[in-house]
Design a protein around this ligand. Structure first.
Ligand SMILES: [Zn+2]
Length: 192
């Protein structure tokens, strides 16, 4: 399969859906199509550094008036306007094998945060500073801060572990106050 055929197939999928997982040259890659607002929220949380630190070739500036793609693959991620740059990163000697995992094709409402699976007690998320998926294992009761994490190579492993921990009866550890909140509390007390 050549690059253009793969691009056409991906674009067809993203005409309808905004999340899909593909396997290109044996590497699984999850792609989320974003709007301007989602990119803005991302930048406000993680900073411009999260984009400028990319080391990938052929990556241009992000044009917010074009489709924006957040792509997770292996232990890395990429934000780009061009699906082509994703294929470029994954190419192995120009042999392109491509499979779309149809069951992963979804439309996720961008304005509504995803409803977590209530039967699973652990939340998974992506840490853009560490380029790693993680589970939150501890919560600070004072400020609601996440305090303890376990890291994973990919999203599937994080979800699998979340289900396993839940089935084993594990729970998120609740600490009365994390260090930051404790310090803030102390500063506050001293001031009055
Ligand atoms: Zn806290």
């Amino acid at each position: 399969m050549n690059k253009q055929t793969i691009l056409n197939e991906m674009k067809t999928v993203f005409g309808t859906f905004n999340r899909a997982t593909f396997v290109i040259n044996g590497t699984e890659i999850e792609i989320n199509k974003w709007n301007k607002q989602q990119l803005r929220e991302h930048l406000s949380q993680w900073g411009e550094k999260a984009i400028s630190s990319f080391k990938f070739e052929r990556m241009g500036m992000i044009d917010v008036n074009q489709p924006i793609y957040l792509c997770f693959f292996k232990n890395d991620y990429m934000i780009t306007n061009a699906l082509e740059s994703v294929i470029h990163v994954l190419q192995v000697e120009d042999v392109y094998s491509f499979t779309g995992l149809i069951e992963s094709y979804k439309y996720v409402e961008p304005e509504v945060p995803e409803v977590p699976d209530r039967s699973v007690r652990f939340e998974y998320s992506y840490d853009f500073n560490r380029c790693s998926w993680m589970l939150t294992m501890g919560i600070c009761m004072l400020g609601g801060c996440d305090t303890e994490f376990v890291y994973f190579e990919n999203k599937a492993d994080a979800i699998e572990k979340a289900v396993q921990f839940t089935n084993e009866g594990k729970e998120v550890i609740k600490v009365s106050a994390c260090e930051d909140c404790h310090q803030e509390h102390m500063d506050w007390s001293e001031a009055y």
